[in-house]
Design a protein around this ligand. Structure first.
Ligand code: NAP
Length: 254
C-alpha cells in the first residue's frame, strides 16, 4: 500500500496510456508524482484527474531545452527525485522502403535521443538508491515488419539501460527496461491508424498471444511500480517483458 511513501516520481508522457496508469499506481502507493507531456490541455487535464499529490509540467521529450526546464523545475519544487519513469514515446509505423527522414528523426528524437537526454539532465537530481525505468517494447527484439524506426529506437533504449545500470551502480541507482507487448492505449490511433484498423490489429495480434488477449495499461503500471520500489532492490540492468507470453518461441508445440 505505502511502498512508495513520500517518494518523488517523474513520469514523462504521463497524460495518457501507460504513463497515466503508472501515475495512478504510484499515487496509490504513496508517491508524489510529476507528469510531463507536450500538449498543455492534455497535461493539465490529466494532472487535475490525478489529484492533489500530482502536478503536470509541459515538456516535449524531443527538446533538450525543455529537459533543462524540467530539471530546473524539479530542483526548485522537490530538491531531489527518487524515481524516473521514462515513458513518453510514439509509434512510427510503415515499411522500411517508405520511411522518410522526418519519420526517422521523429521516432529517434522522441523515443531515444529525448529519453537519453532527459535522464542525463535529471540525473544530478536523482537520489542515490533511486530507480530509473525505461518504457521500451518487445519490438526491441522481435523484428516486427513495418516497425524499423520504432524497433531500433527501443533497442537503443535497452542498450542504454545496460550501460547505465553499470555506470550508476556506484550510486546504487538501479536501471531497468520494461518491454510490453500489445497494450490497449491510444498509441496506434495517434500513429495514424483508424479506430477500426487499430481494433483490428489488436484483435489479430491477440490470436498470437498465449494468454489470448492484449494487456491493459494498469497491468504494466503494476510492474513499473514494482521496479520503482525497494521490493525490486536486487534487480538492475534487465529487461522485463509483459506480453502475455507473446515472445515465447511459437515453434515448441506440444
Ligand atoms: N501500447 C502499446 O501496445 C505499447 C507496447 C510497447 C511499448 N509501448 C510504449 O509505451 C510508452 C507509452 O505509450 P502508450 O501506449 O501509453 O501510448 P500513449 O497513450 O500515446 O502515451 C504516450 C505518452 O507519451 C507522450 N508523448 C509522446 N511524444 C511526446 C513528446 N515528444 N514529449 C512528451 N510527451 C510525449 C504522449 O503525449 P500525447 O498525448 O501528446 O501524444 C502520451 O502522454 C511508449 O514509449 C510506447 O512506445 C506501448
Amino acid at each position: 500500500m505505502s511502498q512508495l511513501l513520500n517518494k518523488v516520481a517523474i513520469i514523462t508522457g504521463g497524460n495518457s496510456g501507460i504513463g497515466f496508469a503508472a501515475a495512478q499506481e504510484f499515487l496509490t502507493k504513496g508517491a508524489r508524482v510529476l507528469i510531463t507531456g507536450r500538449k498543455k490541455d492534455a497535461v493539465d487535464q490529466a494532472a487535475a484527474a490525478l489529484g492533489a499529490n500530482a502536478e503536470g509540467f509541459l515538456a516535449d521529450q524531443r527538446s533538450l531545452e525543455d529537459a533543462d526546464k524540467l530539471a530546473a523545475h524539479v530542483k526548485a519544487q522537490y530538491g531531489k527525485a527518487d524515481i524516473l519513469f521514462v515513458n513518453a514515446g510514439v509509434a512510427i509505423l510503415g515499411s522500411f522502403e517508405e520511411t522518410t527522414e522526418a519519420q526517422f528523426d521523429e521516432g529517434m528524437d522522441i523515443n531515444f535521443k529525448g529519453a537519453f537526454f532527459t535522464v542525463q539532465k535529471l540525473l544530478p537530481l536523482l537520489r542515490d538508491g533511486g530507480s530509473i525505468i525505461f518504457l521500451s517494447s518487445i519490438n526491441a527484439t522481435t523484428g516486427m515488419p513495418g516497425s524499423a524506426v520504432y524497433s531500433a529506437s527501443k533497442a537503443a533504449m535497452n542498450s542504454l539501460t545496460r550501460v547505465l545500470a553499470r555506470e550508476l551502480a556506484g550510486r546504487k541507482i538501479r536501471v531497468n527496461a520494461v518491454n510490453p507487448g500489445p497494450i490497449t492505449t491510444p498509441i496506434l490511433e495517434k500513429a495514424g491508424l483508424s479506430d477500426e484498423a487499430a481494433a483490428g490489429f489488436r484483435e489479430q495480434i491477440s490470436k498470437s498471444v498465449p494468454l489470448n488477449r492484449v494487456g491493459d495499461a494498469g497491468e504494466v503500471a503494476k510492474l513499473v511500480a514494482f521496479l520503482a520500489s525497494d521490493e525490486s532492490r536486487y534487480i538492475s540492468g534487465t529487461e522485463v517483458a509483459i506480453d502475455g507470453g507473446l515472445t515465447v518461441h511459437p515453434l515448441m508445440q506440444a
